[in-house]
Design a binder for this molecule. Structure first.
Ligand code: PLP
Length: 462
């Protein structure tokens, strides 16, 4: 074993740290980009370079970096009681208060919360509770789950089969035979995408057809994101979520809305479901819950699901689902402070206000020769680059537009998500000022001009 002191951070990283969602060999060559500190919208790396973060870490730091009141809340809780289990009827004040606040803020009917460590285990918990529920209410044959193409529901052994991104399936023996996917409600690429009403009808039709194929009596639940995030920020037409809710009710299947990205002001309101008056049967959340300052997620459950599970066995039998860190007091204290910052702290309102500037930049970029599609809601959006605007063709994979964009944006000091198909994803923190939003897009404009000036990119364009 090498002694740590003789090795640089880069070497230790290459030798010892497995990074999420990279090619192992690719990362060995690329090496890490080591971030050191953050303040507001800005990050500084280990070499002292300052960058504006237009992606809120990984669409999670909704309050921005350096919020001292969160540091104080965490520190106070660490001193007072750093850990309390929720097992065996124990509990702690922050987790109980947080459960109460979330139930007050969430869509009507979501009256129960189970806390997790992040989004993947919130999805995993939802799957487990749904299986338990249908067994408990005497419909044990309801085992099939339906999700959507381009959907992302995390990386747990079960959830990653509902995720529909090929890298999450390849060599992982997924999806399982009980996991199914219907078409994505993607306005830019769906055959009915030009007409919002037709696209909504097509989505409802696809769900009905899949349920008919499997038999409604065999289908447990439908999982969806209000806006598909990791699949490329795909924004369905307004009214889509409500139509899917109504379809699930009609079909007798549970609806799980995965608000891991869209929750906590990302699209404007506290939850995207609220905007359409949708009450899911279960709702998953994470990211903005603690703004990434410490890990935490949650699955919320409607009363009828809770009651079904509660009455499903002998009264004294425990429901065997639990994590050591469920309802962790420090995470809960941080979440409570985040909720205060979103509301009394004015961050939700600021997000809506600066969202106007965000949308205006998107509108302007529509006319750029490289841009085929722009799509956004609130402070969540993407621009998709194409080689042929008319035919909506993405650049050929061998041109590695995503890799070039990742390098150019890094060199230009702006952090965004560069999707493999050449889309650029944005999720700036809710604390962003109008001036900072302009700064983000000045750096994006520069990036697009630099890409456009590359001879092979120009040659590929029609
Ligand atoms: N669900 C959605 C919609 C997500 O976007 C994510 C993460 O990006 C997850 C679940 C998984 O969350 P986590 O990475 O916290 O496990």
């Amino acid at each position: 074993m090498n002694s740590l002191s003789n090795r640089s951070l880069v070497d230790i990283d290459r030798d010892n740290l497995i990074h999420p969602v990279v090619s192992f060999r690719g990362h060995e060559k690329h090496g890490p980009r080591i971030l050191e500190s953050g303040q507001g919208m800005w990050l500084t790396d280990i070499d002292g370079r300052r960058m504006i973060d237009a992606f809120a870490g990984l669409w999670c730091v909704n309050v921005g970096y350096g919020q001292e009141s969160i540091v104080a809340a965490a520190t106070e809780q660490l001193r007072k009681l750093p850990y309390a289990t929720g097992f065996f009827h124990y509990g702690c004040e922050p987790a109980i208060r947080l459960a109460g606040e979330l139930c007050a803020l969430a869509p009507e009917g979501l009256n129960h919360v189970y806390f997790t460590l992040g989004g993947s285990d919130a999805v995993d918990s939802a799957i487990r509770y749904i299986v338990h529920y249908w067994n408990a209410v005497g419909q044990p044959q309801k085992k099939h789950f339906i999700a959507q193409v381009n959907g992302y529901h995390g990386s747990s052994s079960l959830g990653s089969g509902l995720t529909a991104l090929p890298h999450f399936h390849r060599n992982f023996d997924l999806p399982r035979p009980w996991q199914h996917h219907i078409a994505s409600p993607f306005p830019y690429r769906h055959p009915e995408g030009h007409d919002p009403a037709a696209l909504i009808a097509a989505s409802v039709g696809a769900l009905e057809a899949k349920v008919a194929e499997l038999g409604a009596e065999n289908v447990a639940a439908f999982f969806c994101e209000p806006i598909q995030g990791s699949g490329g920020v795909i924004v369905p037409p307004r009214g889509w979520l409500k139509a899917m809710r109504e379809a699930c009710t009609r079909l007798g299947i549970l609806m799980v809305v995965d608000e891991v990205i869209t929750g906590f002001g990302r699209t404007g309101p506290m939850f995207a479901s609220l905007e359409e008056g949708v009450s899911p049967d279960l709702m998953t959340m994470a990211k903005g819950l603690t703004s990434g300052y410490v890990p935490m997620g949650a699955v919320m459950m409607a009363d009828h699901v809770y009651q079904g599970i509660a009455d499903g066995g002998a009264e004294a039998l425990p429901i065997g689902h639990g994590y050591t860190y469920s309802g962790h007091p420090v995470s809960a204290a941080v979440a409570l402070e985040c909720l205060r910052l979103y509301q009394e702290g004015g961050l939700l309102a600021n997000g809506v206000d600066v969202g106007g500037t965000f949308a205006a930049h998107f509108e302007r970029l529509k006319d750029h020769p490289l841009v085929g599609d722009v799509r956004s809601r609130g402070l969540l959006g993407a621009i998709e680059l194409v080689s042929d605007k008319q035919a909506r063709t993405n650049f050929a994979p061998e041109l590695d537009v995503a890799g070039r964009l990742a390098q150019l944006t890094w060199d230009n000091g702006v952090i965004v998500r560069c999707f493999a198909n050449g889309a650029i994803g944005f999720a700036p923190a809710l604390c962003c000022s109008h001036g900072e939003m302009d700064e983000i897009f000045a750096r994006i404009d520069r990036t697009l001009e630099q890409l456009l000036a590359m001879p092979d990119i120009r040659a590929a364009m029609r």
